[in-house]
Design a protein around this ligand. Structure first.
Ligand code: NDP
Length: 446
């Protein structure tokens, strides 16, 4: 390891020693930024990366609520306000039992760079709770969301901090939280994104992350004179990001072979078509069922407790959660001829897996670049809320496509290592960093 990177990491570790996901995310960025700061010394002298690795503010709070049996439940709520150099804090809320400060700090750190890459004026934040919506009634989810917002409302606002959805937080949860915010403040305002279309939401927001990651892959393949037509695709997850990745892949002529959830994956050698995807959406979004039911309905393979990375493919989309693809998985993908990995999820590949992709010099798009479409359209939702106006589906989709292509260009600019190879990790990290760093320098030591 570069000695400057290890010196830097020693300091970060001494302050955050029990936060492995956060340290992993900072290390991955430091590997690109420290060598860059050695050459651009204003960043080094002013300790910009050190400042970026310290959240501006962290809020932790109690969330008490009553379940349907009348029994008191206690969860923990968080909001990490990471960086506001280029705009108000912006980033999703995650409701999942695995949520803790380390996970949210890693997500908020990544979010700051991602938001910068979009070119829109958004700072970085992330929040959530260890609450598990799975198996809860709508009434219980509503009670939890109302209690959560009863504390969170004083820390957020349309010009201060604008949360959105993430794992476990979809249209239902955003609706309940928006309702409670409006009730407490008496204001109908754009405090959350991912709202329903009838009450301030943006068209294409549900689709944006999944569509965006496919647009990013198209841009990478195009640079190589290739396309998605006829490509075999393996996808993990079956939530929001996975569903719309499948939709766009089908539209682009690729064949999607797998989807998964936390219990296992389905392998459909015939390919998931639009009709089957419609079933998955109903199964996951309305019935809140398990992916194994797909295998029963369509008579295909289901692998309990397994991940889909052993299925032979051209393109892989890890679209479920962090650290879901390890070194061994990466080796299998490469050995099976995979030419491209694009992360719909945040930090799904372990550092060792990333090194396998880099050594094999396959196309590898890190989440902060590839999955920025969601927050980009959230930014467009904020613009529409400020304008009190709604843009058409086509207009938003073409803006989304343009933003993703610009992110791809920025990555290629900073990440090109020779004529043949673009290091998208380095490109995304430096392109995201420079804009925030310059704003921080301009604003003084705050
Ligand atoms: P959803 O809650 O809609 O779906 C999450 C999917 O991942 C589900 O299939 C879930 O399975 C699976 N999953 C969750 N945790 C685990 C786990 N520990 N192991 C295996 N599978 C798991 O979330 P999203 O689709 O919104 O988010 C997916 C990823 O994309 C996350 O990393 C998120 O941060 C990232 N992302 C999301 C954006 C968005 O706009 N929604 C924007 C940018 C990034 P199960 O149902 O069994 O829990």
């Amino acid at each position: 390891m570069d000695t400057n990177v290890s010196e830097f990491m020693k300091i970060v570790e001494s302050r955050n020693g029990n936060e492995p996901e956060f340290l992993q995310a900072v290390f991955e960025v430091a590997e690109s930024i420290i060598p860059y700061s050695e050459k651009h010394t204003k960043y080094k002298l002013n300790k910009v990366l050190e400042r970026m690795a310290e959240p501006e503010r962290v809020i932790i709070f109690r969330v008490p609520w009553l379940n349907d049996k009348g029994v008191v439940q206690i969860n923990r709520g968080f909001r990490v306000q990471m960086n506001s150099a280029i705009g108000p804090y912006k980033g999703g809320l995650r409701f999942h039992p695995s949520v803790n400060l380390s996970v949210l700090k890693f997500l908020a750190f990544e979010q700051s760079l991602k938001n910068s890459l979009t070119g829109l004026p958004m700072g970085g934040g992330k929040g959530g709770s260890d609450f598990d919506p799975k198996g809860k009634s709508d009434n219980e989810v509503m009670k939890f969301c109302q209690s959560f917002m009863t504390e969170l409302y004083r820390h957020v606002g349309p010009d201060l901090d604008i949360p959105a959805g993430d794992i476990g937080v979809g249209a239902r949860e955003i609706g309940f939280m928006f309702g409670q915010y409006k009730r407490i403040t008496g204001e109908f305002t754009g405090v959350l994104t991912g709202k329903g279309n009838e009450w301030g939401g943006s068209l294409i927001r549900p689709e944006a992350t999944g569509y965006g990651v496919v647009y990013f892959v198209e841009a990478m393949l195009k640079l190589k004179g290739d396309s998605l037509v006829g490509k075999k695709v393996v996808i993990s997850g079956s939530g929001n990001v996975a569903q719309y990745t499948v939709e766009k892949c089908i539209e682009k002529g690729a064949k999607v072979l797998t989807m998964s959830d936390s219990e296992g994956y389905i392998f459909d050698p015939e390919g998931i078509d639009s009709g089957k995807l419609e079933y998955i959406m109903e199964l996951k979004n309305t019935l809140r069922g398990r992916i194994k039911e797909y295998a029963v309905k369509y008579g295909c393979e289901y692998h309990a407790g397994k991940k889909p990375w052993g299925v032979k493919c051209d393109v892989a989309f890890p679209n479920a959660t962090q650290n879901e693809l390890d070194q061994n998985d990466a080796r299998i993908l490469v050995a099976n001829g995979c030419i491209c990995v694009a992360e719909g999820a945040n930090m799904p590949s372990t550092p060792e897996a990333i090194h396998v992709f880099e050594e094999a010099r396959i196309l590898y798009a890190p989440g902060k670049a590839a999955n920025a479409g969601g927050v980009a359209v959230s930014g467009l939702e904020m613009s529409q809320n400020s304008l009190r106006y709604s843009w058409s589906r086509d207009k938003i989709d073409s803006k989304l496509k343009l933003i993703i292509e610009q992110i791809h260009q920025a990555c290629a600019l900073y990440g090109r290592e020779d004529n043949e190879y673009v290091n998208y990790v380095k490109g995304a990290n430096i392109a995201g960093f420079v804009k925030i760093a310059d704003a921080m320098l301009a604003q003084g030591l705050v």
